[in-house]
Design a protein around this ligand. Structure first.
Ligand SMILES: *Cc1c(COP(=O)(O)O)cnc(C)c1O
Length: 355
């Protein structure tokens, strides 16, 4: 059966998979909701999105995604509050950033309306898949990739924009031990580090595997010139607290402009926490660890929101972070998740009501 919601054709699944899912024991991003949104670019334009049952794709082996890696994505979450209302967090920023990433990968600009209306229609249809339990959410993965064929090393002439969703439990990974990277780089000036491009992740896996073999869970990326400036924590932005000042690097070609990062900056400033957006050297962090002024380090990103760092390794030495009372990490995480889940006022206008 096919119906039209706001110009979006909807083909509903014949049998829901929702009864196979244990909503009390959800992992992160490993089961997928009944439907997905698919939007095709061909003949020089994006065509109206369709919603269809979640299913495998058929692609030609010469599809350019396999050879030249034209692919960009986003990560977002939808929350259901106690009254059953459904909320997103700053979704227009994700729509905008997807196009910023797309431009850098020579992928044609997607109309933001297709992103927003398509996502709303998908969430309305699969609203029963949005978990209500504390800490859980519906993880949303919008992405675009080159589906056009041919070995010619040039941008594809066909693309697919897809949104699929996955009911997910909380992403809490425990306190992590990280290694400050001295050899490999995630990104470089003039490169694609600011884009949410799949290839950036591919390039991170190997150095992260090496760090894991040495007993660390994650890598702290440093600048590609001198490995002296602290840039990101794995696939998250990074914050360092020295005394009572919160420091994070300025966004650049090399540092992704995270929505969690900018929300933390705004929230902390509104709470009179001093925030410095400036370059931060490894030397300064090591000195602060030695003289006891280093209080906290944490990653910031949609999946975990805030991910505290317990220790870091640098040049063969491990430095433990102190256990402190009332860390900024816990406070900021709670403030942000309370806004996201409609448990607290939203003075910033970040929350977006879907249903
Ligand atoms: C997605 C991502 C982030 C976090 O961005 P959010 O918008 O907060 O989810 C940070 N760094 C990298 C490299 C990323 O890919």
């Amino acid at each position: 059966m096919s119906t039209i919601i706001k110009d979006i054709e909807v083909i509903k699944t014949k049998s829901t998979k929702i009864h196979d899912v244990d909503f009390d024991d959800l992992k992160f991003g490993s089961v997928f909701s009944d439907h997905m949104l698919v939007c095709d670019y061909k003949d020089g334009k994006w065509h109206a999105p369709k919603i269809m049952p979640y299913q495998p794709l058929t692609l030609d082996p010469s599809a350019k995604i396999f050879h030249y890696g034209q692919s960009v994505f986003e990560g977002m979450k939808a929350y259901k509050d106690d009254n059953g209302s459904v909320w997103l967090f700053r979704p227009e920023d994700n729509a905008r950033r997807l196009n910023i990433s797309a431009e850098r990968l020579a992928i044609p600009e997607l109309p933001e309306g297709y992103f927003m209306d398509g996502l709303k229609a998908l969430l309305e249809l699969d609203k029963d898949w949005i978990p209500q339990k504390d800490g859980s959410s519906l993880y949303i993965r919008p992405f675009i990739f080159a589906s056009g064929n041919g070995f010619h090393a040039s941008p594809a002439d066909e693309y697919k924009f897809i949104i699929c969703t996955a009911p997910s439990g909380s992403y809490f990974s425990g306190e992590v031990k990280v290694l400050i990277e001295e050899t490999y780089s995630r990104s470089a000036d003039g490169g694609v580090g600011f884009a949410k491009a799949g290839g950036n992740y591919a390039g991170q896996f190997y150095p992260t595997q090496l760090a894991k073999k040495k007993g660390y869970q994650q890598v702290i990326w440093t600048d590609d010139h001198e490995h002296e400036y602290i840039e990101e924590a794995g696939a998250m932005n990074i914050f360092v607290r020295i005394n009572d000042t919160l420091i994070t690097g300025p966004t650049s070609d090399r540092i992704l402009d995270g929505i969690t990062r900018k929300s933390i900056i705004q929230l902390a400033e509104s709470e009179n926490i001093t925030v410095e957006v400036r370059k931060l050297t490894v030397t300064e962090v090591v000195e602060a660890a030695k003289n006891g002024t280093l209080k906290e380090m944490f990653g910031a990103g949609t999946a975990a929101v805030v991910s505290p760092i317990a220790a870091f390794g640098y040049k063969g030495i491990d430095y433990d972070l102190p256990k402190i009372d009332n860390p900024y990490a816990d406070y900021l995480k709670k403030r942000i998740t309370d806004i996201q889940t409609n448990k607290a006022e939203d003075p910033f206008g970040w929350r977006f009501k879907v249903i």
